[in-house]
Ligand binder design. Structure first.
Ligand code: ADP
Ligand code: MG
Length: 249
């Protein structure tokens, strides 16, 4: 099989700037996530990682520049925005499951409401996804009856239910007890192995080393380094990256 070199990257951010009042939180961000790649975003707290994720599916408006998903510039609003957002699955630190709905209902909800999938089919797909993330046996329970790791896997299944082209993860394991981190990382590694395009903000350096095709290091609203995990961890170029690695490794 030949690679379609003409295919646009799944995400392309071009000269993106974002301000909160006077605070310049994204500074001329240029980033490409090619299809099938896993890009891990690292950086100190406050460097703009979450804002970048939120800007990618327009949860946060940008002040200048352009963000395109699968070659299509993100529209500002309306039906076109809803359609593009559905292509971008997002998993946050807090799982945001609906507390009064069962796990399988949580996973079915958006396909039924947004994609107008019939409930029988949506349930079948939801069960397959719960199987894939390893919690099919928890399907009829409510979120509060699951461990944090199981809830986060349910949140991943819920995002996958919309058949996204790309998945964004913003510190998906930061709120978990340590013993539950690995099961969520394993689920993400499985997704990556299946060829999902992923942008992952994390402090899990082991995951970055093993699963990332590229590491993007952000500091103070800028992309300071964009390299292979090997290069980043063994020979970071900037003082800021050296300083960051010195603190966490
Ligand atoms: P990170 O995810 O890397 O920790 P964030 O993207 O959350 O960084 O934040 C980047 C900067 O923007 C920080 O200085 C933060 O305080 C600020 N910020 C984030 N969200 C808002 C907001 N809604 N209003 C004002 N400032 C914000
Ligand atoms: Mg953040």
């Amino acid at each position: 099989m030949t690679t379609a070199t003409s295919a646009p990257p799944m995400i392309r951010a071009t000269d993106v700037n974002k301000f909160f009042g006077d605070l310049h939180v994204l500074k001329d961000i240029n980033l490409e996530v090619p299809r099938g790649q896993v890009v891990v975003v690292l950086g100190p707290s406050g460097s703009g990682k979450s804002t970048l994720c939120r800007a990618i599916n327009r949860l946060e408006p940008i002040n200048s520049g352009e963000i395109a998903v699968d070659g299509k510039p993100l529209p500002a609003e309306g039906k076109a925005l809803a359609a593009l957002r559905a292509d971008v699955g997002m998993v946050f630190q807090s799982f945001n499951l609906f507390a009064h709905k069962s796990i399988v209902d949580n996973v079915m909800l958006a396909p039924v409401k947004v994609r107008k999938v019939g409930s029988g089919e949506a349930r079948k797909t939801a069960m397959e996804l719960l199987e894939r993330v390893g919690i099919a046996n928890q399907a009829e329970k409510f979120p509060a009856q699951l461990s944090g790791g199981q809830q986060q896997r349910a949140a991943i299944a819920r995002a996958l239910a919309m058949k996204p082209k790309v998945m964004l993860f913003d510190e998906p394991t930061s709120a978990l007890d340590p013993e539950m981190v690995q099961e969520v990382l394993d689920t993400m590694t499985g997704l990556a192995a299946d060829g999902m395009t992923m942008l992952v903000v994390t402090h899990e350096m082991g995951f970055a080393r093993r699963a990332a095709h590229r590491v993007v290091f952000m500091s103070d609203g800028e992309i300071v380094e964009d390299s292979t995990p090997d290069d980043f961890f063994t020979s970071p170029k900037s003082e800021r990256a050296k300083d960051f690695l010195g603190k966490i490794l």
